[in-house]
Design a protein around this ligand. Structure first.
Ligand code: NAD
Length: 321
């Protein structure tokens, strides 16, 4: 099996397995990223919102400067945050992110959420998160259409400063609309995907449009508290008996089975771990494959259970309904 996905427009090869930078403490980020690259990671998934881009960039640059890897062998992804959607804020924000990363270009720039929030000046708070500085009672929207934002993203892509552009947390309605005006089609859609939230129709339709899909939170509840807003609970996927049985059969870990499950759908994965041995094992998912029966058994675990849901973050935004 190929170890990458080919992106539309540029033909760039995006590694099927990467490393996610969410919740990597800035104190640890430089070493963590450097060691991940040394361990073989070639795709780094970051975001302005993760609050660690300076340190992630240091880790990347250390690896390049020490000859562990060449820049062109890495695939660096970052995302524009919700408070920077207005057309006049897009390029300056992107430039700040490039500077923080210490890079001349990124390989993929994503819209983090289709949620236009009132602008927060970089000098006032960075990264600002969901709320306006000093307020935490409700979020405030801004009248900035995705179309304007996408035009600015296209300009960044045309300049070569982001080789590819894409979207995250978009649903089919929004993608349909975006495709009516896009001069540059999104290269990638990044969404939450794991056996408890398989989104098969979304994945298949998006792939049919020539847009590649990346799964985030492949381990489901491992990255979140296990009690969702509506009181549903779910047992950890990493210890689930169905996943365990499949893992034992292949002599692999449950984490490897969960990541491989995405690969079976031609979906890329970006697991996060602070433990380099786990990072190494998360990369080692090309030496086995899941049978049709195993994929079907995992298919039965669907719960429609979404963990990264703004509705449950205290401001009641039913983004995914
Ligand atoms: P994840 O599914 O990668 O799970 C991380 C958890 O799994 C951590 O607690 C880690 O210790 C554990 N883990 C990792 N490897 C393991 C292994 N081999 N064995 C056992 N445990 C292991 O969670 P995530 O961080 O939510 O998602 C991955 C990445 O996706 C993020 O870091 C981020 O880059 C991206 N992401 C994007 C969005 C978005 O809105 N676009 C949202 C969430 C995450």
């Amino acid at each position: 099996m190929s170890q990458h996905l080919v992106l539309n427009r540029t033909g760039d090869k995006m590694p099927l397995v990467g490393f996610g930078c969410w919740k990597v403490d800035p104190q640890d980020a430089e070493d963590t990223i450097y060691n991940a690259i040394k361990a073989g990671v070639r795709l780094i998934d970051g975001a302005g919102d993760y609050g660690n881009e300076i340190e992630v960039g240091r880790g990347i640059n250390k690896a390049i400067n020490e000859g562990v890897v060449k820049r062109e062998e890495l695939f660096v992804v970052t995302k524009i945050w919700n408070t920077f959607h207005a057309k006049e804020n897009v390029r300056p924000t992107f430039e700040k992110q490039l500077k923080d990363l210490g890079l001349d270009y990124v390989d993929l720039y994503l819209i983090h959420f289709p949620v236009p929030l009132k602008h927060v000046a970089i000098e006032a708070a960075y990264p600002p998160g969901w709320y306006q500085p000093g307020k935490s009672d409700d979020i405030e929207f801004e009248r900035s259409p995705i179309q304007d934002l996408w035009r600015e993203m296209e300009k960044i892509a045309e300049s070569g400063a982001a080789k590819n552009i894409g979207i995250s947390n978009f649903n089919v309605q929004l993608i349909l609309d975006l495709l009516t005006y896009a001069n540059i089609k999104p290269a990638v859609l990044q969404v939450e995907l794991h056996p408890y939230l398989q989104q098969t129709r979304l994945v298949e339709w998006v792939q049919k449009q020539g847009i590649q899909v990346t799964a985030y939170s492949s381990f489901g509840p491992a990255s979140f508290i296990q009690l969702t807003d509506d009181g549903k609970t779910a047992e950890p996927l990493l210890g689930h008996p169905v996943i365990k049985e499949i893992a034992e059969k292949h002599g692999k870990s449950t984490a490897q089975v969960l990541l491989r499950w995405s690969l079976e759908r031609n979906v890329a994965v970006i697991p996060k771990s602070m433990n380099v041995e786990r990072t190494k094992s998360n990369l080692d998912i090309f030496s086995f494959s899941l049978s049709k029966d195993e994929v079907a058994a995992i298919g039965k675990l669907e719960l429609g259970l979404r963990f990264n849901d703004p509705f449950s973050y205290g401001f009641g935004l039913p983004l995914f309904c």
